[in-house]
Design a protein around this ligand. Structure first.
Ligand SMILES: Nc1ncnc2c1ncn2[C@@H]1O[C@H](COP(=O)(O)OP(=O)(O)O)[C@@H](O)[C@H]1O
Ligand SMILES: [Mg+2]
Length: 200
């Protein structure tokens, strides 16, 4: 098929994500870990919006969205959580290879699962970011009402209440959302991401 070179037709031939967005073969994954309510999804979506405004190809993989689709067969046992993280990491790797910067927002409570994610994505492409807020701050926020239910015993294996959270031992960045405003937290994350993306 011949392609008409007019903008309208050329636009129709190009996948939307590639039109007007920079893609990078060496794109990285920025993996946000932290308790429920720490601010992972808020920071991921804020920075993705800002990157898109800048014309940078980026995509977020949010734990809740992954669990409602690709991982909907999985529960919250340690084995199921491990498989959940493995699948998210495999998708992050594929998206990186397609040239998209990836931000993962998933509790990812276990050190061993995060280590596996790092090895799947690739040591040189993976940045672990600890979105840190203490348990009482998260319980006070309780944006989805989950802590109230977990504290009443209505949800089992709930991270921070009835399941462990291993704080990262050597995160590339710590964002203390209980002590830093949302605006400043977003700026801190965006600046870290850009400084580890600039040379791609
Ligand atoms: N500095 C901050 N960074 C991120 N979120 C914050 C901050 N301060 C307050 N919040 C609030 O905390 C809540 C975090 O919820 P969410 O992003 O859904 O957490 P998570 O995805 O980690 O479970 C939101 O209501 C957000 O507005
Ligand atoms: Mg979230």
């Amino acid at each position: 098929m011949d392609f008409d070179d007019s903008d309208a037709v050329r636009g129709a031939q190009i996948p939307k994500v590639a039109r007007g967005f920079q893609l990078h073969p060496g794109a990285r994954t920025f993996w946000l870990t932290g308790l429920s309510g720490a601010g992972k999804s808020t920071l991921a979506s804020g920075v993705i919006t800002s990157l898109r405004e800048d014309g940078v190809g980026a995509y977020s993989l949010d734990g809740d969205i992954m669990r409602s689709g690709l991982c909907k067969d999985l529960g919250f046992s340690p084995e199921a959580r491990s498989e959940n993280i493995r699948r998210i990491a495999e998708v992050a790797k594929l998206l990186n290879h397609a040239g998209l910067i990836v931000i993962v927002a998933a509790i990812s409570p276990l050190e061993s699962d995060r280590a596996q994610a790092r090895s799947i994505v690739g040591e040189d492409r993976f940045f672990e970011i600890y979105v840190k807020a203490d348990l009482n701050t998260c319980i006070g926020r309780d944006p989805k009402g989950l802590y109230a239910r977990a504290l009443k015993g209505e949800i089992s294996n709930f991270t921070g209440i009835s399941a462990a959270y291993d704080p990262p031992k050597a995160p590339a960045l710590v964002i203390e959302t209980g002590k830093t405003s949302l605006i400043d937290s977003l700026a801190q994350f965006k600046s870290f991401l850009m400084s580890h993306t600039a040379n791609l």
